[in-house]
Design a protein around this ligand. Structure first.
Ligand SMILES: *[C@@H]1O[C@H](CO)[C@@H](O)[C@H](O)[C@H]1NC(C)=O
Ligand SMILES: *[C@@H]1O[C@H](CO)[C@@H](O)[C@H](O)[C@H]1NC(C)=O
Ligand SMILES: *[C@@H]1O[C@H](CO)[C@@H](O)[C@H](O)[C@H]1NC(C)=O
Ligand SMILES: *[C@@H]1O[C@H](CO)[C@@H](O)[C@H](O)[C@H]1NC(C)=O
Length: 401
């Protein structure tokens, strides 16, 4: 029953979007838009879900993606505020998948974005966290993310998309901030890595302690019901044409360390992204002066020249800004979190509800291949924040219009 309602609503949403885009066809340059719902996410008070869904609803064909955003909604499709269910992140990855499922081996090939992290880490096309409602993701004309090019899809394969959603239900929990920062003691977890206990001194919190199925400690008297949520996501795109300039996607991590390896004359760059870190806190002097910012930085480079088209950072609560610099301290893009001030979805007090973005005039900021870039992530060090992130997502074009 509920499924039929959702389908109906989806159709209505699609219909309203189509009529909207038709109505404004001239100004919007034939941008198409569709709204999708993830599979249902059954949350209990205090529970964690970290789910991976392959072959999600996504526009088909040879297209250029113009924007992608999402938010958690309940069964009536009402937005769910972060203080009820915290959206740690959603991430979208791209794959080629074998059409026949008889061969169980190697049925999926991940199409990774341009890096820089090691292996398959942070190789998503799109991804945001609690800031998802108030973070601009549109890509200006004539740029776009090219996908679905039939010439590039191997025989017997089709292009599919994977959606990873990590949410933490904090209704009735003892310590909301602690649950969202994934403090191990609140989850009764002694994390192990390679069979070795990390120990409370080494690892106080982070993704290892709030993995799928974990439970954050509730207030003793609290009784709350299970409820089903969905990630509702909106994709905008245009059909591919030769006037569109494709962009590359880079995701930088402030914990990354770039090492130059020389293997018998062949130089390669080794990366070591940790994704999370503990921000740390200031000493008493710093706190007293109220100038208590704790920051870390790292140096990185991209392999080829490109023009910066879009940039945005990702931080957790406590973040006060993350900035990407070029050579000689040239500012490429500062991204600053916006904190909510109220109760309603999109303005939740104490949570990061948006990140500022950069849309430099195309052509005005050129990054040279091999140029030393510096990423600096700053947190308020009045108290320690654990399991935080300092990521930076940029879109780069190899030419301008
Ligand atoms: C999968 O790979 C394994 C090891 O390479 C092989 O033994 C097995 O037969 C393969 N299965 C299929 C369905 O191809
Ligand atoms: C790399 O190592 C080779 C020797 O294996 C050496 O001749 C060369 O100068 C090294 N290159 C750099 C850039 O360090
Ligand atoms: C305290 O922090 C300030 C800056 O944050 C630094 O200049 C100072 O050396 C620190 N003092 C001690 C005792 O670590
Ligand atoms: C840091 O946090 C403290 C305590 O919440 C607050 O009083 C202070 O204004 C914050 N500083 C900055 C720079 O955000």
């Amino acid at each position: 029953m509920i499924h039929w309602c959702l389908w109906l609503l989806m159709l209505l949403l699609l219909a309203s979007n189509i009529s909207h885009s038709q109505a404004s066809r001239k100004s919007e340059n034939k941008i198409k838009s569709a709204v999708f719902l993830s599979p249902k996410l059954p949350f209990r008070p205090g529970s964690v879900l970290n789910k991976y869904y392959y072959n999600i609803g996504f526009p088909k064909g040879h297209i250029a993606i113009k924007s992608f955003n999402g938010e958690l909604v309940d069964e009536a499709l009402n937005p769910v505020p972060l203080h009820e269910t915290y959206l740690h992140h959603w991430v979208v990855e791209r794959y080629y998948q074998r059409k026949e499922s008889d061969n169980l081996n190697n049925t999926r090939i991940q199409l990774m974005s341009n890096g820089l992290c090691q292996d398959t880490i942070l190789r998503q096309y799109f991804g945001l966290g609690s800031e998802t409602r108030k973070t601009a993701t549109h890509i200006p004309d004539p740029y776009g993310i090219e996908v679905g090019n039939p010439v590039k899809i191997p025989d017997g394969y089709e292009e599919i998309w994977m959606l990873n959603i990590h949410g933490i239900d904090t209704r009735g929990v003892e310590n909301r901030l602690g649950c969202t920062e994934c403090w191990c003691d609140l989850y009764n977890v002694t994390p192990y890595l390679n069979g070795q206990p990390l120990g409370p001194d080494d690892y106080k919190g982070g993704l290892l302690c709030c993995s799928d199925g974990k439970q954050c400690r509730l207030r003793q008297e609290f009784k709350g019901a299970k409820r089903n949520l969905y990630l509702r996501y909106t994709v905008k795109w245009v059909d591919w044409d030769s006037n569109i300039i494709p962009v590359d996607i880079y995701v930088f991590d402030v914990t990354d360390t770039e090492e130059r390896l020389n293997t018998s004359g062949v130089i390669s760059l080794q990366h070591n992204c940790q994704i999370e870190y503990d921000a740390g806190s200031c000493n008493a002097t710093g706190v007293a002066r109220n100038r208590c910012i704790v920051g870390i930085r790292t140096s990185l480079s991209i392999p080829t020249d490109g023009y910066l088209i879009y940039g945005v950072g990702h931080q957790h609560v406590g973040g006060v800004g993350i900035t990407l610099y070029g050579k000689h301290g040239r500012v490429l893009c500062p991204s600053v979190p916006a904190y909510g001030k109220g109760k309603e979805a999109g303005n939740e007090a104490g949570y990061i509800v948006g990140m500022s973005t950069c849309y430099p005039k195309p052509g005005s900021l050129k990054i040279t291949g091999g140029e030393t870039l510096v990423l600096e992530s700053n947190y308020n060090g009045t108290r320690n924040h654990i399991g935080v992130m300092g990521l930076f997502y940029i879109l780069v074009a190899d030419r301008i219009a």
